[in-house]
Design a protein around this ligand. Structure first.
Ligand code: UN1
Length: 502
């Protein structure tokens, strides 16, 4: 069975119509072999405009459906995802190159957010607020916001969309999804799974959730339209620099989840075995292609010569290979451009005095596939490529002696997504989590930077864009807040004691 026939069979099983992935003109590839596995039809500008119009009409209906009833749709979606988990997970592996366990884990993340959103549908709480005026009551009401545009990246092709969609639907908002051009098939499959839930639900308005396959011009249609109330965009900081100002210029709302240059600090008191395993998964897992991938490691000089040789051995022994055929822990890079960016960063690191372990290309499958050994780079200082996010498995390791200086160095990069400290010292732990500790949206202790659960708010500061998705109160980003003051008295006292008698 070729990857193409395997993919076509999976898509058919998942319920995607064959016409959606054949003869469309936009080729789709698997990073596992680099071969073409489908061709899909990109949306035209007119189709994008029509989708926005349909979503706007759907909003008028959906916002009036009681939130717990909207939650029922998400409950059904969670059921359908459970039934489709094996097939959708395998399709994620084929399209994004993830190991079977990570492919399945991504679908689990979708199921988890559905469970969360079902509960949330009965908990869209507003505050009641003490008022200074007698016979008055003050409260907050949360209302549906409008059409939500979701722009997602190749590396979590379906989970990030589901974080947005499960919340948006429960909050009363229709969704238009522009998936990465590199991963249209998992998007089509997710829509087919959702279609089954919509059918069982029965009463959803047409156009409640739509997908627009295509490139930057499709994303631009969402970004520029005043009828798209919220744009939730995941991808590079470069992309966010375009999207953010454009949405702001029309006073739209944006949730930006952009680059990460995540770091860990290993302190003298750390459990080094645990730190080694956490660092290995954080830096090499998903072939270094998570936003949350560990990219910089500061190791205290007292434990450097114990931890780092052990890490280098782990790098030497990790299996790189076809994620479908072996027990490989590290799969392919998404494409040749990713491989070339990795090699350019390694060359720059060498030029800056770094010692590179690994990083070379591994010949697996045809030369259209790009597998590389993960690279560990010992750097004399934090400079050059260490300051940038390269979306590949490169871990820059630096020695430190002073914890405060390590925190300063930790924070001295543009991005601010995820971070970790490995310590058993209470003071170091609390300092790292304090106002003068990690400046990231995610700060962990004795676990790695990646693999966050859906229950917490996900996102980061500075060049990561400041957006929050997923758990906690991230739902508020998908709703508008109204402050209501109600006078049930027979008088009209004015606030602040103002008198205006006429
Ligand atoms: C991403 O890489 O865009 O925390 C999302 C993690 C995953 C999500 C990553 N739960 O690594």
């Amino acid at each position: 069975m070729t990857l193409r026939t395997d993919t076509e069979a999976l898509l058919a099983t998942l319920g995607v119509d064959r016409s959606a992935f054949t003869g469309g003109g936009m080729a789709s590839f698997s990073p596992i072999t680099g071969e073409e596995i489908a061709d899909v039809a990109p949306a035209t500008a007119e189709e994008a405009a029509a989708a926005i119009a349909r979503a706007s009409a759907a909003f008028r209906v959906w916002r009036m459906v009681p939130a717990p009833k909207r939650g029922e749709l998400i409950r059904l979606f969670g059921e359908e995802l459970r039934a489709a988990k094996a097939e959708l997970g395998r399709l994620v592996s084929i399209e994004a190159g993830k190991s079977p366990s990570e492919g399945a884990g991504e679908v689990q993340e979708m199921i988890d957010i559905c469970d969360f959103a079902v509960g949330l549908s009965r908990q869209l709480y507003g505050l009641t607020i003490a008022t200074e005026r007698p016979g008055h009551r003050m409260m907050e009401t949360w209302h549906p916001l409008g059409v939500v545009g979701v722009i997602s990246a190749f590396n979590f092709p379906v989970a990030v969309w589901s974080w947005n969609t499960a919340l948006a639907l429960v909050c009363g908002d229709p969704v238009i999804w522009k998936p990465s051009e590199k991963t249209p098939l998992t998007a089509l499959a997710s829509m087919a799974v959702l279609a089954r839930a919509l059918k069982r639900f029965g009463e959803a308005p047409e156009g409640l959730v739509q997908v627009l396959i295509g490139g930057a011009e499709v994303g631009a249609a969402l970004v520029d339209s005043p009828d798209v109330a919220l744009v939730s965009a995941t991808g590079s900081t470069r992309m966010g620099r375009i999207v953010g100002p454009k949405v702001a210029a029309r006073f739209g709302r944006a949730i930006l989840e952009l680059g990460g240059n995540n770091a860990g600090i290993v302190c003298p008191s750390a459990d080094l075995d645990m730190a080694l395993r956490a660092v290995a998964f954080g830096a090499m897992g998903t072939a270094g292609q998570r936003c949350t991938t560990l990219r910089r490691l500061f190791v205290h000089e007292d434990v450097y010569d114990t931890l780092v040789p052990g890490l280098i051995r782990a790098y030497d022994s990790v299996t790189v290979g076809n994620p479908l055929e072996s027990s490989a822990l590290v799969g392919p890079l998404i494409d040749g451009a990713a491989y070339r960016a990795m090699q350019a960063a390694l060359a720059a690191a060498r030029a800056a005095g770094g010692t590179v372990h690994g990083g070379e290309r591994v010949a697996i499958g045809p030369d259209t596939a790009f597998y590389a050994r993960p690279a560990l780079v010992e750097m004399p200082e934090q400079t050059g490529p260490v300051l940038e996010e390269t979306f590949a498995p490169i871990l820059y390791v630096m020695k430190y002696s002073d914890f405060d200086a390590a925190i300063e160095a930790h924070n001295a990069v543009g991005a601010g997504l995820s971070s970790s400290v490995f310590t058993t010292d209470l003071r170091e732990m609390e300092l790292f989590l304090s106002a003068r500790g990690s400046d990231c949206g995610i700060a962990n202790v004795n676990i790695g930077t990646s693999g966050a659960e859906i229950g917490g708010a996900f996102g980061g500061e500075k060049e990561t864009g400041g957006g929050r998705e997923s758990g906690s109160d991230a739902w508020k980003g998908y709703m508008r807040r109204a402050t209501n003051t109600i006078n049930y008295s027979r008088d009209l006292p004015l606030a602040q004691g103002v008198v205006f008698d006429i």
